[in-house]
Design a protein around this ligand. Sequence first.
Ligand code: UD1
Length: 353
Amino acid sequence: MKILSVVGARPQFVKLAPIADACRDRGVEHVIVHTGQHYDPMLSDVFFRDLGIPDPDVHLGVGSGGHGAQTGAILAGMDEVLARHRPDWVLVYGDTNSTLAGALSAVKLQLRVAHLEAGLRSFNRRMPEEHNRVLTDHAADLLLAPTEVARDHLSDEGLAERTVVVGDVMIDVLHRVRDELVDTDAVLRELGMPPGGYSVATIHRAENTDDPQRLRAVVAALQQVDHPVLLLAHPRLRARATEQGLDLDGGSLTTRDPLPYPALVGAVSEARGVITDSGGLQKESFALRTPCSTVRTETEWVETVELGWNVLVEPGPPLRAAATRPAPAPTDAAPYGDGHAADAVLDALHAGG
Ligand code: UD1
């Protein structure tokens, strides 16, 4: 069996790591295509290095651009790559423009496509990620769903027959990194933060960064939290803040560049809270049992909210209040699987021929 993975953005590199490991362990041929959607070393190279992912076989180098230009550049680049490699499966991950373009290019060449992290829905049609998810799921031949909730969404859209629940590969990589790679004392020293006395924040989604009024409100709320908040600033956030003449640092808020994955896991595990609009971080906070406040009006990861470890908040007083709430009652619920999702993915691809 030959699998060709298409990745391009930071969360996809994290999800790729356990798949690359499983392919290596089973002797499965695995071609890695990096679209180049993320090109800053801290959003890309450090993930390959720290997580031991083999260098990409192909780099399309598309870079940034509007949705159409970026998606189109990937599509244009993929024809030749797919014709050259002729994989048994094209594997696409998550919900970025790289996901949709990878799926569409394979469908056009009549190659089979599997979508990892299928069936997530926010039901918010204003999010670019929501278009990417829905279109990718309907194009794909095999839908690898992380949870039962995701399976139900696919079933509601008439896609039950193509669906297999495999668990969440982000839990696979999180467990490995937490157990093998994190030196928490070194991370806390480097961040200059007291254990249990700070929150980790990330804000990068278009709905928060691209509306000047909303961004101002988010930053003001973060600055007014009653304990130190460490904001790991995505380049998109820095770019928008500069355009709007907004100073991110101030009050309780300190910014720094994004962290490598092991340092992020260390920082979240020792934090008193997480404030974010990232999908992955909501799950990672839950898995590390750090209370999360999500600056969005809805979430795809409803299990984290139902179990009491995540709350959806508006910027302003609700955010400030949520950031200081105590941790909920302990739970041993594992809605995202047992850390062996990558094996289930390869089993499903094998079973599909
Ligand atoms: C993308 C995904 C989002 C995912 C996120 C993870 C889409 C539509 N969105 O958002 O779902 O959660 O990745 O980080 O695919 N930039 C840089 N350097 C880089 C990459 C981006 O400076 O390496 C800046 C550029 O100004 C660029 C902007 O960030 O225009 C947005 O980048 P883009 O890849 O389009 O989207 P993300 O916001 O990163």
